[in-house]
Design a protein. Structure first.
Length: 155
């Protein structure tokens, strides 16, 4: 199994696979060509000790659904600008973000989860967009250094 190290009492490989499959389809409907969760994201970030209580798949679904509910139209525009290589970073410390990369920090007001991801062009396949989850954490003191900050309701 791909995420063998991640097996816990809270999240199974099947749940992770279902989550990835579901969000690949949803993001594809917006025009994103690739979405994948790395072992580093799943094992190191999702299992971080600061996540108290531990983050569940349902909570990740709630945060992403809240993001699309609030920012869906803008997200479509952002995807097209990334695909066409004209996206300009915005948000905190935008000068530190590479051109044509859009970084988003989505924070859930109810779960206090911060979900950070980058939207960028796949340079191996021009004209395609990739969404890469960078980190996820439930920690009030965790500071997001750059990118656009988006607060969502997730209940």
């Amino acid at each position: 199994m791909r995420f063998k190290r991640y097996l816990t009492e809270l999240v199974t490989n099947t749940e992770v696979d279902n989550f990835i499959s579901r969000w690949k389809k949803i993001f594809a409907s917006y025009g994103v060509n690739e979405f994948e969760l790395s072992n580093h994201f799943l094992y190191d970030r999702l299992n971080d000790k600061r996540n108290n209580p531990p983050i569940t798949i349902d909570e990740m679904n709630l945060v992403l659904n809240g993001f699309l509910k609030k920012m869906g139209k803008q997200f479509r525009v952002d995807i097209e600008s990334v695909k066409n290589h004209v996206a300009k970073p915005r948000g905190k410390n935008k000068k530190d973000i590479p051109f044509n990369n859009l970084e988003f920090a989505v924070t859930s007001s109810s779960t206090k989860i911060k979900f950070v991801f980058v939207l960028k062009q796949n340079f191996n396949q021009k004209g395609t967009a990739v969404i890469v989850p960078m980190t996820i954490i439930r920690d009030k003191t965790f500071k997001i250094p750059k990118g656009e900050q988006i607060m969502v309701e997730s209940n």
